[in-house]
Design a protein around this ligand. Structure first.
Ligand SMILES: CC(C)(COP(=O)(O)OP(=O)(O)OC[C@H]1O[C@@H](n2cnc3c(N)ncnc32)[C@H](O)[C@@H]1O)[C@@H](O)C(=O)NCCC(=O)NCCS
Ligand SMILES: Nc1ncnc2c1ncn2[C@@H]1O[C@H](COP(=O)(O)OP(=O)(O)OP(=O)(O)O)[C@@H](O)[C@H]1O
Length: 226
């Protein structure tokens, strides 16, 4: 039976059951297409005490100045992807890789193993009873579902996603270029335990996620002994 929660126009469905592990933190992946609301969901869980492994932040960490990954990127793509101070020029690299699949593949081969290794370390450091959240945009592509007990996907209508990204200063062309390289919601649904439809206000989403966490992401009570 599918369980469902609603707040305003936002809804959550539990599509599959998952087991709560004993002796360690529950690991939950939060994913979704760019602009769907994944970071908002993660923020609500962080405010409630969850430990977060944020793949976008880890991508920045593993390409920091002085890293071997950044040195290799400069060798492969040329010094045009560096700023004058030697740091990664993110806009230049994004323009290159989101219009060039071979370059994007090379970037992913260089960065993903390091991102996944750091995410594992962080998730393993959560204490039992805490939520350990893996905020990972490319869940399908990197098989992030294998790192966790429960997969939560955030979806939103394409027009709303573009509106969210416009609000964050991203051009429609950049947003669409990134969307086209990512897995679609059908592929995400095949791996989802919890499906969040972010079709209402930001406040609807925030309340819905809090309710979801209270009802679905808590350890089952041990039966009372008589
Ligand atoms: C290309 C880079 C430099 C662009 O940086 P920028 O600051 O503009 O974007 P940021 O890193 O904040 O990512 C924003 C969003 O773009 C999308 N995105 C990022 N990388 C990819 C990718 N390889 N494929 C598809 N979408 C991507 C995701 O939805 C992500 O949430 C950066 O995204 C990067 O280093 N990407 C490679 C590492 C990666 O795959 N990260 C995704 C997490 S596993
Ligand atoms: N239901 C909503 N109504 C209005 N604004 C929203 C809603 N959901 C999210 N937003 C806003 O849209 C923007 C994008 O949302 P968010 O950062 O959570 O998306 P994301 O899926 O994490 O994107 P990315 O993949 O780029 O990290 C944020 O500024 C967020 O506050």
């Amino acid at each position: 039976m599918v369980k469902e929660l609603r707040v305003g126009a936002a809804s959550a469905q539990q599509l599959r059951t998952f087991s709560y592990p004993s002796g360690r933190a529950l690991r939950v992946a939060v994913s979704g297409g760019i602009g769907a609301g994944k970071s908002t969901v993660t923020r609500v869980l962080r405010e409630r005490g969850a430990l977060i492994a944020d793949a976008d932040a880890l991508a920045r960490e593993v390409t920091a100045p002085g890293s071997s990954v950044l040195a290799q990127l400069a060798t492969d793509f040329g010094s045009g992807i560096l700023n004058d101070d030697g740091a990664l020029n993110r806009a230049a690299l994004a323009a290159h890789i989101f219009s060039n699949p071979a370059a994007r593949h090379r970037l992913e081969v260089l960065t993903h193993p390091a991102i996944i290794a750091r995410a594992r370390e962080i998730l393993a450091s959560a204490h039992p009873g805490q939520l350990a959240v893996y905020d990972v945009p490319l869940l399908v592509e990197t098989r992030g579902d294998r790192e966790v007990d429960c997969v939560m996907i955030v979806s939103a209508p394409e027009e709303k996603r573009l509106e969210h990204l416009r609000g964050r200063g991203m051009s429609e062309a950049d947003a669409r270029a990134r969307m086209h390289t990512q897995a679609d919601d059908e592929a995400r649904r095949a791996l989802a335990h919890i499906w969040i439809h972010n079709a209402g206000t930001r406040e609807d989403l925030e309340k819905l996620v809090a309710e979801c966490a209270d009802r679905w992401l808590v350890a089952p009570q041990a039966p009372a002994s008589s």
